[in-house]
Write a protein that binds this ligand. Structure first.
Ligand code: NAD
Length: 359
């Protein structure tokens, strides 16, 4: 069977790790017809849109994509392509496994956590009012008249919507994932003590959905406490389900627990489409140097192979990655004991070592 898959090459280190990942996936023997598409800062400079329509059209057609990272300018410029993609395709669940691999330098060596992050609402939805604009002062006055709260007139405002339907589907996704993958516990994370109507709603929905899954243990934690618990006792947790912004932050925290962003894969999953991508960004300082670690995107490829139903190929590729990392020889600088180790290999060379292991 030939699968149609969209490959978005991204910017920064994106094109290099996308190339490495494609070679590794092809080497599993799974037959993929790649639809290669460009998105990000380079194509923005060329045509004024960092996410051209043909990229979205391609994913709608193929239903499956793997995407290399894309830069989001800070404070100005275009809005995040990643957020747009997730919203336009309604890829509501962000799945981020954080798993220890032998050989990766990290504080803990036997972690196996899964983050399930809501992807479409919350403060992350991009509903914002710029300081100094008329609509912002109108909103400030409206809030004053409705609630009596006085917001400083020189404020910028970001809106945090959290809905029953979207909370319900993400919590359900987390429980279904737990059941399908023999996981024992789901932990919901929130700040419901302070944000009673947004996080409070998320928590009450989570509690209600949890009752439908008596075979999976359920608990909830306030986000600040959870950060401390994860740093001190990460083994106590299994599947974590979070609203968008906390999910974003705790994904990096958990990636840090297993050795950093270089080994943290992810997938954005909707009802009938999925886009797989690493947790890390475009690391512009390493762009075009053939030094970036391709592991996180290759492991995202492993997730994609599972999604396609190619379990054997997925296991073969994951084993090859694990074995190359464990040997610590043909790995990029960040996976060496000393980051200045001159024996570190480049992005493409590490991919070749992984391919060799699969033969
Ligand atoms: P980043 O993940 O790019 O980098 C964080 C740190 O990790 C840096 O020191 C970086 O050099 C290092 N790093 C990341 N990936 C690496 C790899 N594969 N190999 C070796 N080192 C690696 O995060 P940032 O610096 O906050 O963001 C850079 C850009 O990426 C920003 O424009 C941001 O918006 C964007 N971003 C995109 C995505 C995405 O495409 N999904 C995700 C996060 C950030």
């Amino acid at each position: 069977m030939t699968y149609e898959v969209t490959l978005i090459t991204g910017d920064g280190i994106g094109p290099e790790i996308a190339n490495a990942t494609r070679s590794c996936i092809d080497a599993t023997g799974v037959d993929i017809n790649w639809h290669i598409k460009e998105a990000g800062i380079d194509i923005y400079n060329e045509c004024g849109d960092p996410l051209p329509k043909d990229v979205i059209d391609s994913i709608r057609k193929t239903k499956v994509a793997i995407k290399a990272p894309i830069t989001t300018p800070v404070g100005k410029g275009f809005r995040s392509v990643n957020v747009r993609l997730r919203k336009e395709l309604d890829l509501y669940a962000c799945l981020r496994p954080c798993k220890s691999y032998q050989g990766v330098n990290s504080r803990y060596d036997d972690i196996d956590l899964v983050i399930v992050r809501e992807n479409t609402e919350d403060l992350y939805a991009g509903i914002e009012f710029e300081e100094g604009k008329k609509e912002t002062s109108d909103l400030i006055e409206k809030i004053h008249s409705l609630t009596g709260n006085k917001i400083a007139m020189d404020s910028g405002i970001s809106i945090k919507p959290i809905s029953i339907r979207r909370s319900e589907r993400i919590v359900r996704f987390a429980f279904d994932y737990a059941l399908e993958n023999a996981r024992k516990k789901v932990t919901a994370i929130h700040k419901a003590n302070i944000m009673k109507y947004s996080d409070g709603l998320f928590l009450s929905v989570a509690r209600r959905v949890a009752e439908e899954y008596p075979e999976v243990e359920f608990e909830d934690y306030i986000v600040d406490n959870m950060c401390m618990q994860l740093v001190q006792k990460p083994h106590l947790y299994d599947v974590l389900v979070l609203p968008n912004l906390y999910g974003d932050i705790l994904s990096d925290l958990c990636a840090g627990l297993v050795g950093g962003l270089g080994v943290a894969p992810g997938g954005n999953i909707g009802k009938d489409m999925a886009v797989f991508e690493a947790t890390h960004g475009s690391a512009p300082k390493y762009a075009k140097k053939n030094v970036a670690n391709p592991t996180a995107l290759i492991l995202s490829g492993v997730m994609m192979l599972h999604h396609l139903g190619e379990k054997e190929a997925a296991d073969k590729l994951e084993k090859a990655v694990a074995s190359v990392i464990a040997k610590k020889k043909d790995v990029t600088f960040d996976l060496k004991e000393d980051r200045n180790d001159p024996t570190a290999v480049g992005t493409q060379e590490m991919a070749q070592a992984i391919i060799k292991r699969m033969r």
